[in-house]
Design a protein around this ligand. Structure first.
Ligand code: NAD
Length: 236
């Protein structure tokens, strides 16, 4: 497999290079124009503002794209989604098996527990991370919203001041930053007399890198459309 990798010099880019070398995959030099035409697949671990231009170039060449970058704004999201009619795209805020199982469980738990069990999400990442909350925390929020059949107005980012009593229909989301933490996510359902807590800790970036390669292998044979890691891992 020949991979055009955007963000090759970054923390994730380096991890993808190591994982690709283990599998015998070739990483093409992304600084040479038109290299993308020689790739089987494009992988993006860079910065939110450069994902859509990359996807546009991939679409011109008919290449499938795996997007790992997070922190896109609404306009960038729409621009990226507009290409899903032309090329297959796997877009995932987190490529780890454990986290994708967590999304699956989050929806089931949210659908099963009564409203008196209050969902709160806490995430922690290294000090260099540029967006908050993490893409994974956003995906967890979406899973809980689906499970509870709530709309996005139930989300409460952080709390400060005289906040009043917590309503049943709310999801609190809290982002911690510091040190070298690779990525930790907790989903807490605090109920009357008990608390259920689902927690994931990433200890090595290689889980994301290897997951992105699984997605890359999977998407090469797919029809144009938008896919996530739950599709790739058949967790639905
Ligand atoms: P990083 O800062 O270490 O690396 C970013 C890379 O993008 C660098 O190579 C940099 O040169 C490149 N880049 C930045 N701006 C650019 C621009 N304007 N044009 C071209 N290249 C540009 O960051 P990182 O820790 O490797 O994370 C990269 C992205 O991947 C972030 O959005 C992060 O949240 C995300 N991420 C996703 C997952 C996942 O599983 N989906 C896991 C970890 C990180």
């Amino acid at each position: 497999m020949r991979i055009f990798l955007q963000g090759a010099s970054g923390r994730m880019g380096q991890a993808v290079k190591v994982a690709a070398a283990k599998e015998g995959y070739e990483i093409l030099d992304s600084t040479i124009p038109d290299t993308i035409g020689k790739a089987d697949v494009v992988i993006d671990f860079s910065s939110h503002e450069v994902t859509a231009p990359l996807v546009a170039t991939a679409a011109e060449h008919g290449k499938p794209v795996v997007i790992g970058t997070t922190g896109h704004n609404e306009a960038e999201r729409e621009a990226i989604l507009s290409y899903t009619s032309r090329i297959p795209i796997v877009w995932a805020g987190n490529f780890s098996l454990g986290v994708n199982l967590l999304f699956y469980l989050a929806e089931k738990v949210a659908a099963t527990l009564p409203l008196s069990y209050h969902p709160e999400i806490v995430e922690m990442h290294h000090r260099h991370k540029k967006d908050a909350p993490s893409g994974t925390a956003e995906n967890l929020v979406e899973a809980v919203l689906r499970g509870r059949q709530w709309s996005a107005d139930k989300v409460k980012h952080g709390r400060s001041g005289i906040t009043g009593e917590r309503p049943d229909e709310e999801i609190g989301v809290h982002a911690l930053r510091g040190g070298e933490v690779v990525g930790e996510h907790s989903l807490i359902f605090a109920g009357p007399g008990e608390r259920l807590q689902l927690q994931h800790q990433a200890t090595d970036r290689r889980i994301f890198a290897e997951g992105s390669l699984v997605a890359a292998r999977w998407i090469i044979a797919k029809q144009p459309g938008l896919y996530n890691m739950q599709d790739v891992l058949e967790l639905k």
